[in-house]
Design a protein around this ligand. Structure first.
Ligand SMILES: Nc1ncnc2c1ncn2[C@@H]1O[C@H](COP(=O)(O)OP(=O)(O)OP(=O)(O)O)[C@@H](O)[C@H]1O
Length: 612
């Protein structure tokens, strides 16, 4: 029998049944050799100059190891998986983006692919390996791997087949319980269902629906890196990753910085895309939202206008086209909406220059610009929070993409009636005739108690996430304030408490009442910094945001203030649902007004922790 030790597995939190010291030592030596190889090569690393594809070298430990038998072969193959590929004197290390990595990561690859065993390494300090854990995909058929030599690892007794593969990759829960920070590369715990979407065909358009916290942004960011990775056969050179806000862009950029080929992925937000195309000022006002400022019919009107005017004036500019638009009678707006449309048009600035200062008009001005001056196109566009784009914005993007699309979103988090109701409408706007339609089901952010509470806002919420990795957790704390002053005081008290409870993590206050809460904070010793960030002299911190600004972000704990004041569509509470689901572990609701009816109904039968 080989010598074994029982060690605590940082992957599962449980005990590793067999942790063979000689195997561990061997793998640590391999890791040392791998790191030395990377160090040697990284000296000569040059950023891709777009004519020569230099593989990116990132220093990091081995992720895993695979033994498999390809169809028709008469011997097994073995290789390691890591962030960067290497050849260690004949021992192959493939990168996470290489096609063969599907054997390690993928769901569909499975048993019939020939995969026999997968070994996962957990990371120790300084790129070391802490432990290993083996997962037999087939019934064990001998030694795990040929090295260390079969004699050392072969077991004398037949082993029992592994009862069932774990539902989520070991180590995921531990990862999720760490304090929330910016999104990071997650190559060690990328789930099979996520990997399959990350590595889906680059030439097929793909729509991915997922409830809050199901890992959509993880898929979107890793997909951007995968599409451009030089270890793929035909890496893409220009990929856009478009999300809702610049705060979101900063939240996700570490993933792309770490994994993507430098210079290949543009991370931006939709407002920024438009602002850059039309050259609008950074500071801008916003008039009231108006349906036809974003409609496909407005797009059609502008299409017709540009086609017609250009015949008469080949040098037509967006500014001139805008002036014509202000007076044209050739409108594609339905008759029922026309009177309202004409009234709205009369209120618009008379010059293009002035219109640039109104954010509501950016889609209109951007669309005119892309119609008149062709833009550089991307090889692939990925859109996160796709449910928030309005028809005219989708039409703009069609002028920026020459390849396929990856669209991820949650139609339950829709925030205005100006956006398409579902994926079908979006695909029609993009003119897609073929696409793959997938969904994500695992819950990675937010405990079950919080997500079940938030689900009271959704129609047909049953079974909305297949499982919740963080488990049941604590129910939300609901606090009723008697006056508006008390509402603000309790809010700050709770933000202060939660910040103390999560010293390394992130706390948010999410509310439509950002101004009054901010001015209360100001009067009580809090100071505002960049990116909606507030802190006080005791070192407490929180982020104060509207639901709109909180899209795509996440926090360890969240205080949602005055739920009834959030914008709601008939039958749809997208903005409030978004706010509630930003919390990973703790949710506090503070209200002075009556809670929304759906919440009240839910609270009659379910009991969260309520403070009078
Ligand atoms: N495979 C994974 N391993 C570790 N953490 C993960 C994994 N997948 C997702 N997570 C974590 O779960 C959280 C939620 O993921 P993500 O932000 O991608 O969800 P989402 O579906 O985009 O949510 P929303 O639409 O509500 O913004 C993030 O903190 C992310 O790091």
């Amino acid at each position: 029998m080989v010598a074994t030790t029982a060690a605590v597995d940082v992957c599962t939190g449980g005990e590793v049944a067999e942790q063979d010291p000689s195997v561990l030592e061997y793998e640590r030596d391999m890791n040392t050799a791998y790191l030395a190889n990377l160090e040697r090569r990284s000296g000569g690393y040059e950023i891709d100059d777009r004519t020569r594809w230099t593989p990116r070298i990132t220093i990091g430990s081995l992720i895993g190891r695979v033994r498999m038998r390809y169809d028709g072969d008469d011997a097994d193959e073995e290789f390691y998986v890591a962030e960067t590929s290497a050849d260690l004197d004949g021992v192959e290390v493939i990168s996470w983006a290489a096609p063969a990595a599907a054997a390690y990561y993928g769901k569909r690859y499975g048993e019939e692919s020939g995969l026999k065993i997968r070994r996962r390494f957990t990371k120790g300090p300084q790129h070391g390996i802490e432990t290993y854990a083996d997962e037999w995909i087939i019934a064990p058929d001998g030694a795990e791997f040929s090295t260390p030599s079969a004699g050392l690892t072969a077991r004398e007794e037949p082993q029992a087949a592994q009862a069932e593969l774990p539902r989520v990759v070991p180590g995921t829960e531990e990862q999720l319980r760490k304090p929330r920070t910016s999104l990071k590369a997650l190559l060690r715990t990328l789930q099979p269902e996520q990997y399959d979407l990350v590595a889906a065909s680059p030439t097929e358009s793909l729509t991915i629906q997922g409830y809050a916290g199901t890992g959509k942004t993880v898929v979107a960011t890793h997909r951007a890196a995968w599409l451009t990775h030089t270890d793929r056969e035909t890496p893409l050179r220009r990929v856009a990753l478009i999300g809702p806000t610049q705060t979101w862009a900063r939240h996700i950029s570490p993933v792309v910085d770490e994994l993507a080929t430098p210079g290949t992925v543009t991370i931006t937000s939709l407002p920024e895309v438009m602002r850059t195309i039309i050259g609008a000022p950074e500071r801008h006002a916003s008039s009231d939202d108006f349906l036809d400022a974003y409609s496909a019919q407005l797009g059609k009107t502008l299409d017709r206008l540009v086609t017609k005017q250009r015949k008469a004036d080949p040098a037509l500019t967006p500014a001139r086209a805008y002036e014509v638009f202000l007076h044209t009678n050739d409108l594609s707006i339905p008759a029922s909406r026309r009177p309202e449309f004409l009234l709205w048009r009369e209120t618009l600035p008379q010059t293009y220059e002035n219109a640039l200062g109104d954010r509501t008009l950016w889609p209109l001005l951007t669309y005119l610009t892309v119609l008149l001056s062709p833009q550089a196109r991307y090889d692939h566009i990925i859109v996160d929070e796709a449910q928030d784009l309005r028809p005219l914005e989708w039409l703009i993007l069609t002028h920026l993409n020459s390849g396929a699309w990856t669209l991820v979103g949650d139609t339950h988090q829709r925030r205005t009636s100006h956006t398409p109701r579902g994926w079908k409408e979006i695909r029609t706007l993009l003119g897609l005739s073929t696409w793959d339609e997938e969904s994500l089901l695992g819950g990675y952010r937010t405990t079950k108690a919080i997500i079940d509470f938030a689900a009271c806002l959704l129609e047909g919420s049953a079974g909305h996430r297949a499982y919740d990795v963080l488990g049941e957790g604590e129910p939300p704390l609901i606090i009723h304030a008697r006056t508006v002053d008390e509402l603000e005081a309790i809010t700050l008290e709770q933000a202060d408490r939660l910040s103390a409870d999560h010293p390394k993590g992130k706390v948010a206050v999410i509310t439509p009442l950002v101004r009054p809460v901010g001015s209360y904070a100001h009067r009580h010793g809090w100071t505002e910094g960049a990116d909606h960030y507030w802190s006080n002299e005791d070192g407490r911190r929180f982020t104060l945001l509207t639901s709109e600004e909180a899209r795509g972000l996440e926090f360890d704990a969240v205080v949602v203030v005055e739920p009834s004041a959030f914008k709601a569509l008939p039958g749809d509470n997208g903005p409030l649902y978004t706010a509630l689901t930003r919390a990973n572990l703790e949710l506090v609701i503070v209200h002075e007004r009556v809670l929304p009816p759906k919440m009240v109904r839910h609270l009659r039968t379910h009991r969260p922790a309520v403070l009078a």
